[in-house]
Design a binder for this molecule. Structure first.
Ligand code: UDX
Length: 439
């Protein structure tokens, strides 16, 4: 058992804190946001993440985790994990203000030798500089390690306990050893490397996954023109073990707190060392195009979207989370509003957050209400609730069932059994007439 402090109670910090407490460590989670800490002390999670809240409460009952805004409480920690945000600056680079503020506070608080472990995604070279920065401000010996986070929202705890790998970057063998001991109860392969390589692994992994998504989205656009079906194409490609099936799902592009931010930051970083990362620039460009694609198609289908009653199904950037950061819904709703459409939206989880973004949107309390009297539905997030929705609902509730499905939620053969006009990504358009459905 180790005494560990985690600085930052966002997605990464909170899941890391709870995960480490759950495997037996004594964890103090620190955040300067008093409101967040107050709610956590009451056992309430400030974010929606499957199984997180009960696990917070269980570890509180076992006295393995505490929440505080007071840095003094990290004084006796052997390991301090840094998990504060590194938001995007206007030029796409990472803003390290929170990292350095936290480092400064840590330097002024520690009373014994300490190892700082950077979980936040930081530009390559940051850990090295951070080490000097902290060491210059304290007489106590400081070691530094990079331990990038690969958790996915919606399956964050599962990823903590059963991730594919743990990456540890450090300048000394003993530092890596200490972090490895911390993770011993988890049976996850550990790879150790130097600081810069560990920092780069995180960016390169996210950039590669984003590349896979933009690649399949480009293939999808070609499929639409040549009459192929991107799902079959992706399945066929994924059977090759060198390609692998995951992250080949065509749709309206990637969103979320990592891919958009990290791809832009890596392009920036490359630029700083005079390398133009053209491939990644294209990946970003394709993603922007993809987020606009369904509205472009809608504009082509209807003469105008002015006063069109549009239902938006799904708002979060993916199912299983209420996170709206860089969600395609933001781009789509913004454009629809500018085109003069009248929008009703529904999301099983993200509506309270979405209400802050879109005062001009009507929010329905269920999917039936959202679809009633709608002229066109657009599916933005592939929640199970939409995937499992009986297709006759669209026929019955809408004026005329016209669906633009940005997540390929429905089987084309099933759609053909209904009077539905159906546009999806990388698959043939279905325009089913009444007589065709009867045959
Ligand atoms: C991602 C990484 O997967 C994770 O390792 C890292 O730590 C943080 O960034 P996350 O943003 O939570 O995790 O979600 P992820 O499941 O990776 O999806 C990201 C976006 O890509 C979503 O908008 C999703 O809809 C989209 N996506 C994903 C696709 O469009 N197609 C796919 O095949 C997979």
């Amino acid at each position: 058992m180790k005494k560990i402090a985690v600085v930052g109670a966002g997605y990464v910090g909170l899941v890391t804190s709870v995960g480490l407490a759950h495997i037996g460590h004594q964890v103090t989670c620190i955040d300067i946001d008093h409101k967040k800490i107050d709610s956590l002390r009451r056992g309430q999670s400030p974010i929606y993440e499957q199984s997180l809240e009960p696990m917070i409460q269980e570890n509180q009952r076992q006295n393995r985790i505490t929440f505080t805004s007071n840095y003094e409480e990290l004084q006796d920690a052997e390991i301090i994990m840094l998990a504060v945000g590194t938001p995007q600056l206007s030029d796409g680079s990472a803003n390290l203000t929170f990292i350095y503020q936290a480092a400064e506070r840590i330097a002024h608080t520690v009373q014994q030798p300490v190892t700082i472990v950077v979980k936040s995604t930081v530009p390559v070279g940051t850990c090295e500089k951070l080490h000097e920065y902290v060491q210059e401000r304290t007489p106590h010996p400081v070691e530094l390690a990079s331990n990038p986070e690969f958790l996915r929202e919606g399956s964050a705890l599962k990823d903590f306990f059963e991730g594919d790998r743990i990456v540890i970057g450090a300048n000394h063998e003993e530092t890596s050893q200490l972090i490895m001991e911390m993770y011993t109860p988890l049976q996850i392969p550990i790879m150790t490397t130097d600081l810069a390589s560990a920092e780069m692994i995180k960016y390169a992994s996210n950039a590669f996954l984003a590349t896979k998504i933009s690649f399949i989205n480009e293939i999808a656009s070609i499929c639409e023109k040549v009459g192929a079906n991107v799902e079959d194409v992706a399945n066929g490609m994924g059977m090759d073990q060198r390609i692998a099936p995951s992250f080949l799902q065509a749709g309206i592009g990637y969103g979320g707190s990592c891919f958009p931010k990290d791809t832009k930051a890596l392009v920036q970083m490359a630029g700083h060392v005079e390398h133009r990362f053209e491939l990644l620039e294209s990946v970003i460009h394709v993603n922007n195009k993809q987020q606009n694609k369904l509205v472009d198609q809608m504009k082509e289908r209807f003469d105008t979207l002015l006063r069109k009653r549009v239902t938006v199904l799904g708002l979060s950037f993916k199912p299983g989370t209420d996170d709206l950061r860089e969600a395609a819904s933001l781009v789509i709703i913004d454009r629809l509003l500018r085109e003069g459409a009248s929008i009703t939206a529904y999301d099983p989880i993200a509506m309270p957050r979405a209400k802050e973004y879109f005062p001009a949107v009507t929010f329905a309390s269920n999917v039936e209400e959202a679809l009633s009297e709608s002229e066109v539905a657009i599916i933005v997030t592939e929640w199970d609730e939409f995937k499992e929705l009986p297709l006759h609902y669209y026929e019955e509730l809408m004026d005329e069932a016209i669906i633009f499905d940005g997540r390929n939620c429905y089987d084309l053969e099933q759609v053909k059994k209904h009077r539905i006009e159906y546009y999806s990504v990388g698959r043939p358009v279905i325009r089913q007439t009444e007589s065709a459905t009867l045959t």
